[in-house]
Design a protein around this ligand. Structure first.
Ligand code: RM4
Length: 253
Protein backbone atom coordinates (compact mmCIF):
# COMPACT_ATOMS: atom_id res chain seq x y z
CA UNK A 1 0.00 0.00 0.00
CA UNK A 2 1.79 3.11 -1.28
CA UNK A 3 -0.08 5.52 1.02
CA UNK A 4 -0.95 3.41 4.04
CA UNK A 5 -1.94 5.64 6.98
CA UNK A 6 -1.56 8.83 4.94
CA UNK A 7 -4.11 11.61 4.41
CA UNK A 8 -4.51 12.95 0.89
CA UNK A 9 -6.34 16.15 -0.09
CA UNK A 10 -7.41 16.58 -3.73
CA UNK A 11 -8.86 19.71 -5.34
CA UNK A 12 -11.33 19.57 -8.21
CA UNK A 13 -12.09 15.95 -7.31
CA UNK A 14 -15.77 15.54 -8.27
CA UNK A 15 -14.76 14.26 -11.71
CA UNK A 16 -11.89 13.44 -14.04
CA UNK A 17 -8.28 13.25 -12.88
CA UNK A 18 -9.10 14.56 -9.41
CA UNK A 19 -11.82 12.01 -8.71
CA UNK A 20 -9.73 9.13 -10.06
CA UNK A 21 -6.81 10.26 -7.89
CA UNK A 22 -8.94 10.49 -4.75
CA UNK A 23 -10.26 6.95 -5.19
CA UNK A 24 -6.84 5.67 -6.24
CA UNK A 25 -5.26 7.13 -3.10
CA UNK A 26 -7.87 5.34 -0.97
CA UNK A 27 -7.08 2.08 -2.76
CA UNK A 28 -3.46 2.63 -1.65
CA UNK A 29 -4.50 3.04 2.01
CA UNK A 30 -5.10 6.79 2.35
CA UNK A 31 -7.91 8.75 3.96
CA UNK A 32 -9.07 11.43 1.54
CA UNK A 33 -10.55 14.93 1.51
CA UNK A 34 -12.20 16.12 -1.70
CA UNK A 35 -12.62 19.73 -2.78
CA UNK A 36 -15.26 20.36 -5.42
CA UNK A 37 -17.32 23.18 -6.96
CA UNK A 38 -20.93 23.00 -8.08
CA UNK A 39 -22.80 19.70 -8.38
CA UNK A 40 -21.96 17.59 -5.28
CA UNK A 41 -23.03 14.27 -6.84
CA UNK A 42 -19.61 13.36 -8.22
CA UNK A 43 -17.86 14.26 -4.99
CA UNK A 44 -20.39 12.44 -2.82
CA UNK A 45 -20.24 9.30 -4.95
CA UNK A 46 -16.45 9.39 -4.64
CA UNK A 47 -16.80 9.65 -0.85
CA UNK A 48 -19.08 6.60 -0.92
CA UNK A 49 -16.58 4.63 -3.02
CA UNK A 50 -13.74 5.57 -0.67
CA UNK A 51 -15.73 4.63 2.42
CA UNK A 52 -16.62 1.30 0.79
CA UNK A 53 -12.86 0.70 0.61
CA UNK A 54 -12.73 1.12 4.38
CA UNK A 55 -11.10 4.54 4.33
CA UNK A 56 -12.35 7.85 5.70
CA UNK A 57 -13.46 10.58 3.28
CA UNK A 58 -14.95 14.06 3.35
CA UNK A 59 -16.18 16.33 0.54
CA UNK A 60 -15.91 20.09 1.00
CA UNK A 61 -17.28 22.59 -1.54
CA UNK A 62 -15.30 25.67 -2.48
CA UNK A 63 -14.02 27.77 -5.39
CA UNK A 64 -10.22 27.46 -5.38
CA UNK A 65 -9.98 30.90 -7.01
CA UNK A 66 -10.99 32.34 -3.63
CA UNK A 67 -7.98 32.55 -1.28
CA UNK A 68 -10.19 31.99 1.78
CA UNK A 69 -11.38 28.67 0.35
CA UNK A 70 -7.87 27.22 0.47
CA UNK A 71 -7.40 28.02 4.14
CA UNK A 72 -10.89 26.74 4.93
CA UNK A 73 -10.42 23.50 2.98
CA UNK A 74 -7.04 22.71 4.52
CA UNK A 75 -8.30 23.50 8.05
CA UNK A 76 -11.56 21.52 7.76
CA UNK A 77 -9.94 18.56 6.01
CA UNK A 78 -7.10 18.41 8.52
CA UNK A 79 -9.57 18.61 11.42
CA UNK A 80 -11.70 15.82 9.94
CA UNK A 81 -8.82 13.48 9.07
CA UNK A 82 -6.38 14.40 11.85
CA UNK A 83 -3.43 15.52 9.71
CA UNK A 84 -2.29 16.49 6.20
CA UNK A 85 0.32 14.40 4.36
CA UNK A 86 -0.35 15.00 0.65
CA UNK A 87 -1.98 17.75 -1.39
CA UNK A 88 -2.88 17.08 -5.02
CA UNK A 89 -3.62 20.47 -6.60
CA UNK A 90 -5.75 19.43 -9.56
CA UNK A 91 -8.63 21.91 -9.99
CA UNK A 92 -8.52 23.54 -13.41
CA UNK A 93 -10.53 24.79 -16.36
CA UNK A 94 -9.83 25.15 -20.08
CA UNK A 95 -12.65 27.06 -21.83
CA UNK A 96 -11.24 26.88 -25.37
CA UNK A 97 -11.42 30.31 -27.05
CA UNK A 98 -9.74 32.15 -29.93
CA UNK A 99 -7.00 34.59 -28.95
CA UNK A 100 -7.79 37.84 -30.73
CA UNK A 101 -11.30 38.15 -29.31
CA UNK A 102 -10.80 36.51 -25.94
CA UNK A 103 -12.78 38.40 -23.29
CA UNK A 104 -10.74 39.72 -20.37
CA UNK A 105 -13.10 38.04 -17.90
CA UNK A 106 -12.43 34.62 -19.45
CA UNK A 107 -8.69 35.19 -19.25
CA UNK A 108 -8.99 36.36 -15.64
CA UNK A 109 -11.20 33.44 -14.57
CA UNK A 110 -8.86 30.87 -16.10
CA UNK A 111 -5.87 32.49 -14.40
CA UNK A 112 -7.63 32.67 -11.02
CA UNK A 113 -8.82 29.05 -11.04
CA UNK A 114 -5.76 27.37 -12.51
CA UNK A 115 -2.83 29.44 -11.21
CA UNK A 116 -4.07 31.52 -8.28
CA UNK A 117 -6.00 28.48 -7.00
CA UNK A 118 -2.90 26.28 -7.17
CA UNK A 119 -0.87 28.95 -5.36
CA UNK A 120 -3.41 29.45 -2.55
CA UNK A 121 -3.87 25.70 -2.00
CA UNK A 122 -0.13 25.02 -2.09
CA UNK A 123 0.59 27.82 0.37
CA UNK A 124 -2.18 26.77 2.78
CA UNK A 125 -1.18 23.10 2.64
CA UNK A 126 2.51 23.94 3.11
CA UNK A 127 1.79 26.04 6.19
CA UNK A 128 -0.17 23.14 7.70
CA UNK A 129 2.63 20.68 6.86
CA UNK A 130 5.27 22.97 8.39
CA UNK A 131 3.15 23.33 11.55
CA UNK A 132 2.85 19.53 11.77
CA UNK A 133 6.63 19.18 11.51
CA UNK A 134 6.80 15.87 9.62
CA UNK A 135 7.13 16.94 5.99
CA UNK A 136 4.76 16.08 3.20
CA UNK A 137 4.24 15.98 -0.56
CA UNK A 138 2.54 18.38 -2.94
CA UNK A 139 1.69 17.29 -6.48
CA UNK A 140 0.33 19.88 -8.90
CA UNK A 141 -1.43 18.92 -12.11
CA UNK A 142 0.37 21.04 -14.67
CA UNK A 143 0.17 19.91 -18.30
CA UNK A 144 1.93 19.20 -21.57
CA UNK A 145 0.57 22.67 -22.24
CA UNK A 146 3.24 24.04 -19.89
CA UNK A 147 5.71 23.11 -22.64
CA UNK A 148 3.80 23.78 -25.87
CA UNK A 149 1.02 26.08 -27.05
CA UNK A 150 -2.54 25.77 -28.24
CA UNK A 151 -4.26 28.17 -30.63
CA UNK A 152 -7.42 28.22 -28.51
CA UNK A 153 -5.59 27.99 -25.17
CA UNK A 154 -3.70 31.29 -24.92
CA UNK A 155 -5.31 31.88 -21.50
CA UNK A 156 -4.74 28.29 -20.33
CA UNK A 157 -1.20 27.37 -21.36
CA UNK A 158 0.42 30.21 -19.34
CA UNK A 159 -1.41 28.94 -16.25
CA UNK A 160 -0.02 25.43 -16.70
CA UNK A 161 3.49 26.77 -17.24
CA UNK A 162 2.96 28.84 -14.10
CA UNK A 163 1.80 25.84 -12.08
CA UNK A 164 4.98 23.96 -12.98
CA UNK A 165 7.13 26.97 -12.12
CA UNK A 166 5.26 27.30 -8.81
CA UNK A 167 6.23 23.72 -7.93
CA UNK A 168 9.90 24.48 -8.76
CA UNK A 169 9.99 27.52 -6.47
CA UNK A 170 7.93 25.89 -3.72
CA UNK A 171 10.31 22.90 -3.83
CA UNK A 172 13.18 25.26 -2.98
CA UNK A 173 11.28 27.10 -0.25
CA UNK A 174 9.93 23.92 1.37
CA UNK A 175 12.77 21.43 1.01
CA UNK A 176 14.18 22.36 4.43
CA UNK A 177 10.82 21.31 5.89
CA UNK A 178 10.89 17.91 4.23
CA UNK A 179 8.09 18.90 1.87
CA UNK A 180 8.46 17.77 -1.75
CA UNK A 181 6.75 19.63 -4.62
CA UNK A 182 6.40 18.12 -8.12
CA UNK A 183 4.35 18.50 -11.29
CA UNK A 184 2.45 16.00 -13.36
CA UNK A 185 2.09 16.98 -17.03
CA UNK A 186 -0.87 15.15 -18.57
CA UNK A 187 -1.14 15.02 -22.35
CA UNK A 188 -4.53 14.85 -24.04
CA UNK A 189 -6.66 13.21 -21.35
CA UNK A 190 -10.40 13.11 -21.99
CA UNK A 191 -12.26 14.81 -19.13
CA UNK A 192 -15.12 17.28 -18.67
CA UNK A 193 -12.84 20.23 -19.53
CA UNK A 194 -12.15 19.02 -23.08
CA UNK A 195 -15.07 16.69 -23.86
CA UNK A 196 -16.72 19.27 -26.13
CA UNK A 197 -13.45 20.02 -27.92
CA UNK A 198 -12.84 16.32 -28.50
CA UNK A 199 -16.38 15.78 -29.74
CA UNK A 200 -15.14 17.18 -33.05
CA UNK A 201 -14.21 14.02 -35.00
CA UNK A 202 -11.41 15.78 -36.87
CA UNK A 203 -9.82 17.13 -33.65
CA UNK A 204 -10.19 13.77 -31.94
CA UNK A 205 -8.60 11.95 -34.87
CA UNK A 206 -5.77 14.50 -35.14
CA UNK A 207 -4.91 14.23 -31.43
CA UNK A 208 -5.15 10.44 -31.37
CA UNK A 209 -2.88 10.05 -34.40
CA UNK A 210 -0.28 12.31 -32.79
CA UNK A 211 0.02 9.95 -29.82
CA UNK A 212 2.54 7.06 -30.21
CA UNK A 213 0.50 4.88 -27.81
CA UNK A 214 -2.39 5.44 -30.25
CA UNK A 215 -5.09 6.43 -27.76
CA UNK A 216 -6.19 9.45 -25.78
CA UNK A 217 -5.38 9.40 -22.08
CA UNK A 218 -7.94 8.48 -19.42
CA UNK A 219 -8.02 9.93 -15.89
CA UNK A 220 -7.00 6.51 -14.54
CA UNK A 221 -3.75 6.76 -16.55
CA UNK A 222 -2.71 9.72 -14.37
CA UNK A 223 -3.30 8.02 -11.01
CA UNK A 224 -0.15 5.87 -10.83
CA UNK A 225 2.27 8.72 -11.62
CA UNK A 226 0.45 11.06 -9.20
CA UNK A 227 0.53 8.50 -6.38
CA UNK A 228 4.19 7.73 -7.10
CA UNK A 229 5.13 11.40 -6.61
CA UNK A 230 2.87 11.49 -3.53
CA UNK A 231 4.54 8.45 -1.96
CA UNK A 232 7.82 7.65 -0.24
CA UNK A 233 8.94 5.91 -3.45
CA UNK A 234 9.72 9.46 -4.63
CA UNK A 235 11.54 10.44 -1.41
CA UNK A 236 14.36 12.15 -3.32
CA UNK A 237 12.19 13.74 -6.05
CA UNK A 238 11.30 17.41 -5.73
CA UNK A 239 11.04 20.29 -8.19
CA UNK A 240 10.57 17.72 -10.95
CA UNK A 241 7.96 17.22 -13.67
CA UNK A 242 6.63 13.98 -15.11
CA UNK A 243 5.08 13.95 -18.59
CA UNK A 244 2.20 11.47 -18.75
CA UNK A 245 1.14 11.89 -22.38
CA UNK A 246 1.45 8.62 -24.30
CA UNK A 247 4.42 10.11 -26.16
CA UNK A 248 2.48 13.09 -27.55
CA UNK A 249 5.12 15.70 -26.68
CA UNK A 250 8.02 14.01 -28.48
CA UNK A 251 6.09 13.07 -31.61
CA UNK A 252 7.06 15.57 -34.29
CA UNK A 253 7.36 12.98 -37.09
C1 RM4 B 1 -4.17 19.75 -22.11
C2 RM4 B 1 -3.94 19.51 -23.60
C3 RM4 B 1 -5.12 18.77 -24.18
C4 RM4 B 1 -6.41 19.51 -23.87
C5 RM4 B 1 -6.50 19.77 -22.37
C6 RM4 B 1 -7.71 20.60 -22.03
O1 RM4 B 1 -3.14 20.52 -21.58
O2 RM4 B 1 -3.84 20.77 -24.23
O3 RM4 B 1 -4.96 18.60 -25.59
O4 RM4 B 1 -7.51 18.73 -24.31
O5 RM4 B 1 -5.37 20.48 -21.94
Amino acid sequence: MLLDGKTVLVTGASAGIGRATAIGAARQGADVAINYLGDPSGALSAVAEIEALGRRAIAIAGDVADEAVAKDFIARATQALGKLDVLVSNAGICPFHSFLDMPAELFERTMRVNLHGAFYMTQAAANQMVAQGHGGAIVAISSISALVGGEFQSHYTPTKAGVHSLMQSAAIALGRHGIRCNSIMPGCVETDINREDLSDPQKRSYMTHRIPLARLGAPEDMVGPILFLSSDLAAYVTGAALLVDGGLFVNLQ
